[in-house]
Design a protein around this ligand. Structure first.
Ligand code: 4AD
Ligand code: MG
Length: 457
């Protein structure tokens, strides 16, 4: 169907005076005696295109007015004081009508209600803006890495190892619900792969393999966690960006992470001004200024041990008590980023016992060369570390955690054949999207969220 994207008509003044064909869905409409107005949206812009309908030309017709109706409109582009441009309709074709029980009405619906209709909520302004920012953000992430000599690799979705060692793997099986076997081993051996398999929690381990040949790689794909965390920041399926960089130590990877975050936020600010303004008006006052400050400021680097000191001296009664060795809870992370520094903070050198097996052990014997990037309002958006390059130390860390060495044969082999210092991180796409849009719940930055106890098709 030959037609013009609505965004083009808004952007290019050369359309004024021309006849165009546009397609879209009715977002609002007003009817009066001599003239009707229809606001049409085709998804290419946040702003709707106003169609002006002369009732003397379209006498007796009102089939194009109901909300949600799909239209094809032919008309002339004219300048308009309020809208920049609008269309004087000469022909209207109803492509798909929409009955009165359409679940989206003119009023502002709650986010909770919209979550109950994921197949329709994409037609709201909020989801129009979110999906465009998500798309531009994803493109900016690729641009950053492609411009800096990284190779995009696709790591497997089905895997036999648990990267984070937290036992949050979704099992992959073809066995029937009543499959009978005497032992767990037999269950695995008679399954599709002849061994236990699951959905990946992270592409890191395979990413390291690629980095040991290609030097600088990144992954960008879905990861899965059967985490029983019913929060506004956790999803069972989320997208992760995981660069892995050979010859990089912790300070090098911190620099890369900071540069990436600034580049992608700057790109969204430049390429999605209407969407950011929309989110600022509707969801977070001062959003643009907050984001601009992130682009312009230097991120804080804070040793974990100093973070514990700050928390202990704060005089705040935290729900989870603070002691050296404890994992930082959201309340602690928020105190540090919001109350103390009011900007992104890299907390470095965590106690080794609360972190993953692959992290490089520091000379003090107690901590690892790892960092989490914490941001105000969200908490952790990046988990990062230098990797342990010493086979013996790696094996010891695995033994302490009761891990099965046989599942990590190729990972361990990397340490034997030309091992080098290397580092990487995982950035949660939805977490940074929450930060950029000011939306408060991870369920509202995904098309079809998957969270514990909730999977809508
Ligand atoms: O800190 P995590 O667990 O780190 C890793 O998976 C490393 N293997 C990454 C690496 O070094 N290559 O997860 C990384 C990021 C978190 O900082 C967070 O932004 C996001 O992934 N994340 C989640 N996002 C949404 N829902 C969840 N359940 C998430 N779990 C982690
Ligand atoms: Mg983490």
């Amino acid at each position: 169907m030959k037609h013009t994207d609505i965004v083009k008509i808004f952007k290019d003044k050369a359309f004024v005076g021309q006849s165009v064909t546009v397609c879209g869905w009715v977002r609002t409409s007003r009817d009066s005696k001599n003239v009707a107005f229809v606001e049409l949206n085709d998804g290419t812009s946040l702003k709707h295109l106003q169609i002006v309908v002369d009732k003397t030309v379209f006498a007796g017709r009102n089939d194009f007015l109901p909300l949600g109706t799909a239209l094809k409109v032919v008309g002339t582009v004219v300048e308009s004081a309020n809208n920049g441009v609008e269309i004087q309709a000469s022909e209207i074709v109803v492509l798909g009508d929409c009955p009165a029980d359409y679940p989206l009405q003119k009023k502002r619906h709650t986010m909770e209600y919209l979550r109950s209709i994921p197949h329709l909520r994409v037609r709201t302004n909020t989801f129009n803006a979110m999906l465009r920012v998500r798309s531009v953000l994803s493109d900016a992430i690729h641009r950053y890495f492609q411009n800096n000599n990284y190779v995009y690799v696709h790591t497997p979705i089905i895997t036999g190892s648990d990267c984070e060692g937290a036992g949050e793997i979704f099992h992959v099986t073809i066995h029937d619900f009543n499959h009978k076997c005497k032992t767990a081993e037999e269950y695995a051996e008679t399954d599709f792969f002849g061994r236990k398999a699951g959905l990946t929690v992270s592409g890191q381990l395979e990413g390291e393999v690629a980095a040991m040949a290609m030097g600088k790689i990144y992954t960008f794909g879905p990861t899965f966690r059967a985490e029983n965390s019913n929060t506004t920041r956790h999803a069972a399926e989320f997208w992760q960006i995981e660069p892995e960089v050979a010859f990089a130590e912790l300070p090098d990877i911190i620099e890369i992470a900071e540069e990436l975050i600034k580049f992608i936020i700057d790109t969204v600010l430049k390429e999605c001004p209407d969407e950011i303004k929309f989110f600022e008006d509707r969801f977070e006052a001062g959003l643009r200024e907050k984001l601009q400050k992130v682009v312009d400021s230097k991120f804080q680097v804070l040793d974990y041990t100093d973070a514990i000191d700050i928390l202990k001296k704060s005089g705040v009664e935290f729900k989870y008590p603070v002691e050296w060795g404890c994992d930082l809870q959201t309340e602690h992370e928020r105190y540090i980023t919001e109350t103390v520094f009011n900007k992104p903070v890299f907390v470095i050198n965590y106690p080794k016992d609360i972190k993953s097996f692959y992290m490089k052990q520091n000379a003090d014997g107690k901590t690892v060369a790892a960092t989490d990037l914490l941001v105000p309002g969200i908490g952790e958006i990046i988990g990062c570390s230098e990797r342990e390059a010493d086979t013996e130390k790696l094996l010891e860390a695995m033994r302490v955690r009761g891990m099965n060495e046989d599942d990590y044969v190729s990972y361990l082999a990397l340490r034997r054949f030309g091992t080098v210092p290397h580092s990487g991180f995982g950035l949660g796409l939805e977490r940074i999207l929450l930060y950029i849009t000011g939306l408060g719940n991870i369920r509202d930055v995904q098309l079809f969220p998957r969270t514990v106890g909730d999977l809508k098709v």
